[in-house]
Design a protein around this ligand. Structure first.
Ligand code: ADP
Ligand code: MG
Length: 786
């Protein structure tokens, strides 16, 4: 431990006026008893690690401890980073409420959106936002303390922040203006931070919060079912109809599954006031026998006689008379069709106001059932969960850093995740966790921990951001977990190709002026470059539409796949618009929707979506992102005066052509050339196939069925994404390009071979070389594929 040090700023404790309710709910949290231990450790050390399982109160309480102890004043704030935007917003609101303060004091800032102001004292933000701030103020002088939350998730940005902040802490200490760094984790796997001498020379103390966990009984399936969605349904059905009260939490892998199960459960156990209707002389079976002890909505059980005919059968009759033999007394018998279930979905794309429903009590007499992706495993604590149903799987985007090929896979979760999920059942009373897989499978197949993100996703953007912060030698950066050397090399190669880096001396690739402009956008380097190259205002607007839509997960094909197929066909027109390909389709969908919205509001938009098959929420999401990007651009370049009004006309043919050129410049590492007839036959591929070579893959790739360019098969294309399905590679988001543009917009792909009198560039099939004009000098450029 470090020696006791005096802090530069004198701290004035602040008195908080909490409501009795809040005082009561706080007092139940395990962390409350540890306030003094934590605050002493913070005052004696620059860096501490707080470990406590989810729900122990880290996120909501540690910022309050610091605030009460006076870590915020006129000049200094408390900063808290969250990996997810949704958590930053909801926690800031919760903490404001607990402190009885307004959003002026406890605020949030996420990508382009927030309520941070001059009075903000506690600022919740995403990791990315803090990383951006460090680029402008490396010492983070506005902050007295930084809390890095959910560090166990090992998101790339959190990892990078830990590396950078380890240096900032040292510098601030040297200047006698110490910055306190609190790393919070829900699991004990903190060795990568605590025992990493490259990071922290003095080993930071770890404060372990006591667990207030009730025992959770684990039930494994005897055999592992193939259809875990059906099995999850069966399990919920059984729990709800047979087991005592208590909320159910189901873990599935993705939004679509969640919605599917929610719909099914709502159908089978509908919640309607009429479920509690008092009917006429009807006796019926009910599965409510366990619910008997609880009052039912709108019915005072004291007014009724309850007769139990058998274990499963009961009738309620109005006790207006005590004369049991009097047949004249109306015997109202309560009819309960089935006990309702209050079923709520939970996934990260769900709007905040819908997400926060899980914190509200369900209607009385209803059992709460939350069907969730792993959002509920990591950052949100749902009250009163007694039963957890765990499908055992999780969706991951697997990514090959060398080839950029990605694929979504559903894989077994780690043992750590499974235990974390089970733990959700024991927060308020002993609970049960139903694992929809066998114990043998769990022991043999489940990995201990999941890999940190830095090992599994593209790091191009992170490297660009780091270079922009003058962190030149990526390889010597104190990463909590070092990315593979080859991954760094490939990412830098791609950035060089994009023109964001240039080969410098001493093995260091330096950031270029273009790279600096690109780094200003919180977007993948491809999109950032497209924006940087769109000089014209109109072009920027079009590009923003495309980028926003492409950034919304599952924007296409939308809600109704069949309707969408028809729409797409009707949109495929000839000429420039067709050549713009799938990006044109996206532009048209955004344009059409904006017209419908303008003409007849949300109703018009809904009608448009029904007709075309598009998904209304995705469109709204894309518009929101579009407006946020516009706000950011207008703030940094006021002369642009971009318009957030949803007025959109389609581009002219000239603009469409310019857009294709810009897309090529942005995606020049994703150019593909169609196989010639000879090449097709050599590879035993049928001549009508849309088969392509790319510049970095040995295998042939195919245009995906969803692409409007699948039929017309242009000779040269760029693509947005490449992914693998059953050993075949597919490209998506395809746009046609002209080969003669390559030497201009993708000259790094071309080699100038010799001067040639050739006025118009062309591709020679025999030599597999480009012949073209460069900078008014006639030249021959060659690009051999693969
Ligand atoms: P940790 O960070 O250790 O997982 P939290 O501070 O997030 O713990 O949660 C502590 C408690 O506060 C939990 O019981 C949780 O249910 C409650 N809580 C968190 N956010 C909200 C919210 N927005 N509304 C109501 N209760 C909340
Ligand atoms: Mg937390």
């Amino acid at each position: 431990m470090n020696a006791k040090r005096n802090c530069a700023v004198k701290k004035q404790p602040i008195l908080i006026n909490r409501t009795p309710e809040i005082i009561e709910s706080r007092s139940k949290l395990p962390i409350i008893g540890e306030e003094q231990v934590i605050m002493e450790a913070i005052s004696e050390n620059d860096v501490i690690i707080v470990v406590g399982e989810t729900g122990s109160g880290k996120t909501t309480q540690v910022p309050q401890f610091l605030y009460e102890a006076g870590y915020a004043n006129e000049n200094m704030m408390i900063g808290v980073t969250e990996p997810r935007r949704i958590a930053a917003i909801s926690v800031s609101q919760r903490v404001a409420k607990e402190l009885n303060e307004t959003s002026d004091i406890v605020s949030y800032l996420i990508r382009f959106e927030g309520n941070v102001g001059p009075n903000t004292k506690i600022k919740f933000m995403t990791d990315g936002v803090l990383l951006k701030e460090i680029q402008n103020d490396f010492l983070l002088n506005k902050y007295s303390s930084i809390i890095l939350d959910e560090a166990h998730e090992r998101r790339i940005f959190t990892d990078i922040l830990i590396g950078i902040l380890s240096r900032v802490v040292r510098l601030r200490r040297k200047r006698s203006n110490p910055l306190k760094l609190i790393i919070m984790s829900a699991t004990l796997k903190v060795d990568d931070f605590s025992k990493n001498e490259k990071l922290f020379f003095d080993k930071p103390p770890i404060i372990l919060l006591s667990s207030r966990q009730f025992p959770v009984t684990i039930h494994f399936n005897k055999i592992t079912p193939i259809d875990y969605l059906a099995e999850a349904y069966n399990k919920v059905y059984k729990i709800h109809t047979k087991l005592p009260a208590g909320a159910i939490l189901v873990f599935l892998t993705g939004k679509l599954e969640v919605r599917q199960l929610v719909l099914k459960l709502r159908k089978v156990f509908p919640y309607k006031e009429s479920d509690f209707e008092v009917g006429s002389k009807t006796k019926c079976k009910t599965n409510l026998k366990k619910e008997m002890s609880k009052p039912l909505p709108d019915i005072n059980l004291d007014d009724y006689d309850i007769e139990r005919h058998s274990d499963d059968e009961l009738t309620l009759s109005e006790n207006s008379s005590n004369d049991e033999d009097n047949d004249e007394v109306p015997r109202k018998i309560m009819r309960l069709t089935s006990s309702p279930l209050w079923v709520l979905p939970l996934y990260s794309m769900l709007p905040v106001h819908k997400q926060s429903k899980i914190f509200e009590a369900p209607p009385s007499g209803c059992r709460l059932c939350v069907v969730s992706t792993n959002v509920a495993e990591l950052s949100l604590t749902i009250p009163n969960v007694k039963y957890v149903v765990d499908c055992g799987k999780t969706k991951v985007k697997e990514y090959d850093p060398l080839t950029s090929v990605s694929r979504f896979s559903i894989v077994w979760e780690s043992k750590a995740s499974a235990n974390q999920r089970a733990g959700r059942a024991g927060r308020t009373s002993p609970g049960h966790c139903y694992r929809l897989f066998s114990s043998a499978l769990f022991n043999d197949e489940f990995p201990e921990w999941s890999l940190p993100e830095i090992k599994t996703t593209p790091i191009d953007n992170v490297i660009l951001q780091m270079k922009n912060m003058k962190i030149d030698k990526i390889i010597s950066f104190p990463f909590p977990t070092m990315p593979d050397k080859q991954t760094i090399i490939e990412a830098e190669k791609r950035l060089i190709l994009l023109g964001a880096l240039e080969v410098g001396n001493n093995d260091v690739n330096n950031i270029t002026p273009l790279g600096k402009s690109m780094a200003a956008f919180p977007l993948s380097p491809h999109y950032a470059k497209m924006l940087c190259l769109s000089k014209d205002r109109i072009l920027i607007q079009y590009m923003l539409y495309i980028i926003s839509a492409m950034s919304v997960q599952e924007y296409l094909p939308g809600e109704n796949v069949e309707a969408w197929k028809k729409t797409k066909l009707s949109w495929v027109v000839k000429g420039e618009f067709l050549l713009l390909g799938d990006l044109m389709v996206i532009l048209r969908s955004m344009g059409g929707a904006s017209y419908a919205m303008k003409k007849s509001g949300l109703g018009g938009l809904q009608e448009y979506c029904n007709k075309t098959g598009l998904h209304q929420k995705s469109i709204l999401e894309a518009w929101k992102l579009n407006n946020q990007l516009i706000n950011q651009l207008n703030m940094s370049v006021p002369s642009l005066k971009l318009n957030t009004d949803l007025d959109m006309t389609l581009p002219t043919p000239i603009q469409a052509k310019q857009m294709r050129q810009i897309i090529l410049a942005g995606f020049l590492d994703r150019v593909a050339r169609r196989l010639t007839t000879n090449e097709l036959s050599k590879n035993n591929i049928r001549p009508n196939k849309a088969a392509y070579y790319t510049s970095n893959l040995l295998s042939v790739v195919y245009i995906h069925n969803s692409s409007v360019l699948k039929k017309s098969k242009p000779d040269w294309v760029v693509y947005q994404d490449i992914f693998e399905v059953q050993n075949k590679m597919y490209i998506k988001g395809v746009t046609a390009i002209e080969p003669e543009w390559l030497p201009v917009y993708a000259n790094k792909l071309c080699k100038i071979l010799k001067v040639l009198n050739e006025p118009k560039p062309r591709y020679n099939e025999e030599t597999d070389k480009m012949y073209c004009t460069i900078n008014a000098t006639y030249g021959q450029a060659g690009w051999s594929l693969p």
